[in-house]
Design a protein around this ligand. Structure first.
Ligand SMILES: [Zn+2]
Length: 300
């Protein structure tokens, strides 16, 4: 039976896989009507198998979030039989109430991206899907149980502002996001979270705080193009990354022991009930972009 859990991770997570900290067999990019996905791996752990998708490719950070083919990635995981996606990414905290190296199970989202296709249903009159709860409550509970059982520091509350990038925020932008309730800044969660909902999958985000957002001060000096981060903070962020294999392994165990109850699998039920789409999700897409592209082409 194919695994029902997948992790979508960034460059630091992929480095763990490359270094052998995750035992994995490369399945490679998967074809979809929206182009090729990023490479997918089948991972083995003590408590079960899961998929890993490397969001930014296999040569380091060679594909900025703006240019990731999110639709191809989500479609490919759905086609493999994945029901739950644990999204792994780093984040920059606006508030110093968050500590470097701490995990955050993101609880709400503000989408500030401007050039990403955020639906599978272009020109189809579909996709009017409720966005509450934003993240799957049962997968969030499973992640909280996982982090709690491992005694890893986490909070289950945090409002994430997804910005376009690849550049970082200006100080005024960070203040603006804070003014309307944003607490964390990152590039990765939108439109993944919206696309997984359209395909009736569970999705939850576990972020680790790697930096603080731009303040416009010289408290952390800037040198040779990088913010100089105190060694202790760097070590705490690195430790947060290194625990990923253990988190995913334990998550497999928790999901096996504590089956969740959520509404994610019925997010398109109203369209199905009204006969606007078939019960077979593969038939939902009558629009295939004429420029159906590979993962190296411009935003999808
Ligand atoms: Zn769910």
């Amino acid at each position: 039976m194919n695994p029902s859990l997948a992790c979508i991770g960034g460059t630091a997570a992929y480095d763990l896989l490359r270094e052998g900290a995750l035992v994995a067999k490369r399945l490679g990019p998967q074809n979809s009507p929206f182009g090729d996905s990023q490479p997918i791996y089948l991972c083995e752990s003590r408590f079960g198998q899961f998929y890993f998708l490397s969001r930014h490719g296999e040569r380091g950070y060679d594909l900025a979030p703006t240019f990731v083919n999110y639709r191809a990635n989500v479609y490919a995981l759905k086609a493999l039989g994945v029901r739950a996606v644990a999204s792994w990414s780093e984040t920059r905290a606006i508030s110093h109430n968050f500590k470097i190296g701490q995990y955050v199970l993101v609880s709400d989202l503000i989408d500030e991206t401007v050039s990403r296709t955020n639906t599978f249903f272009e020109n189809q009159g579909l996709g009017l899907v409720r966005q509450w709860p934003v993240f799957c409550p049962s997968l969030r509970t499973a992640l909280a149980t996982t982090l709690g059982e491992e005694n890893f520091p986490y909070t289950d509350q945090g409002v994430y502002v997804c910005v376009e990038g690849p550049r970082q925020e200006t100080p005024a932008e960070a203040r603006k996001y804070a003014a309307y309730g944003g607490e964390l800044i990152g590039h990765s969660l939108a439109p993944e979270v919206f696309l997984t909902r359209e395909l009736q999958m569970c999705y939850a985000s576990v972020c680790y705080v790697a930096h603080y957002a731009e303040t416009g001060s010289d408290f952390h000096p800037f040198e040779n193009g990088r913010v100089l981060q105190p060694a202790q903070e760097r070590q705490r962020a690195a430790a947060a990354v290194e625990r990923l294999p253990r988190i995913l392994e334990r998550l497999c165990d928790v999901l096996e022991r504590i089956p969740g109850i959520c509404q994610c699998e019925s997010s398109m039920a109203d369209y199905i009930a009204r006969g606007q789409v078939d019960t077979d999700w593969r038939t939902w897409f009558n629009h295939v972009p004429s420029e159906a592209h590979s993962n190296s082409s411009v935003a999808s």
